[in-house]
Write a protein that binds this ligand. Structure first.
Ligand SMILES: [Zn+2]
Ligand SMILES: [Zn+2]
Length: 254
């Protein structure tokens, strides 16, 4: 029996193997390889330039929207049609072998990205299909979690440095503590000094996390021979019932 395309009647013997009852030409015409949204939203913190990727904030790699950021977002959002075991699936581009993908960000006044995909939807397909799509880039400027905390002056601990310290000594000490906090912040962005206040006989550091404040106190002990004392004050109860404390650390330099 001669097999033929149910759509156009082309004979399998002449046009090559049928795929799901369609000749090569009709199969390619009927099915879309590249599935892309019309618009992609890129969320950026207007204060620090961090970008929201898959629910997590990522450090900025430059100012504004970079071509790499757009490429990455596009790769997350687009899908490729694949026929396996007689059922169609939409899969991520990296799961498709032999797929050629061109992603061309155009970052002008109305940013968009042009995509060109070339590949096969089925192993039975003799020639790859080429498709193009345009995606609009919508940039949403917002405030990331860390910047919101910083702007609210959030602090879990206060480190009070006291003692008879000459002015230059105090400035040097402040630099060292700021350097320590900066380093900690690079590893964990929720660690920062929210505020520094000069007061008679020393400095007050308002610190975002208790563990950072303790590390700062340890540095004072190690480098300046400070005596450390710690006290905690209950400042409230979190929704889950966990009690919240504000810790005060006193570093007294002899
Ligand atoms: Zn056909
Ligand atoms: Zn931010």
């Amino acid at each position: 029996m001669k097999r033929f395309c149910y759509r156009c009647g082309a004979l399998e013997a002449e046009r090559g193997p049928l795929i799901q009852g369609l000749c090569q030409r009709c199969f390619v015409a009927e099915n879309r390889l590249l599935h892309a949204p019309t618009e992609i939203e890129i969320v950026i913190c207007k204060h620090c330039g961090s970008r929201l990727v898959g629910g997590r904030w990522q450090k900025p790699e430059g100012k504004g929207v970079s071509a790499d950021a757009v490429r990455e977002s596009v790769l997350r959002e687009i899908r490729i049609l694949q026929l396996t075991d007689s059922s169609f699936k939409l899969v991520r581009p990296e799961q498709v072998s032999g797929l050629e993908l061109g992603i061309e960000p155009k970052l002008g006044r109305e940013p968009l990205v042009e995509i060109r995909a070339r590949g096969k939807m089925s192993e039975m397909q003799l020639e790859p299909k080429t498709e193009e799509a345009k995606i609009k880039i919508a940039v949403r400027w917002t405030t990331c979690k860390v910047c919101a905390l910083k702007r609210a002056g959030h602090h879990e601990a206060i480190l009070q440095v006291r003692g008879r310290i000459p002015r230059e000594g105090l400035a040097g000490l402040r630099r060292e503590l700021e350097a320590l906090a900066k380093k900690a912040g690079e590893q964990s962005p929720t660690m920062f000094i929210a505020k520094i206040e000069e007061c008679r006989g020393g400095l007050d550091f308002y610190v975002s996390s208790i563990s950072l404040a303790r590390r700062m106190a340890a540095l004072m002990k190690e480098k300046f021979g400070a005596k450390i004392s710690e006290s905690a004050k209950l400042i409230g109860v979190e929704r889950g019932g966990r009690r919240k404390f504000r810790v005060s650390l006193l570093a007294r330099i002899p």
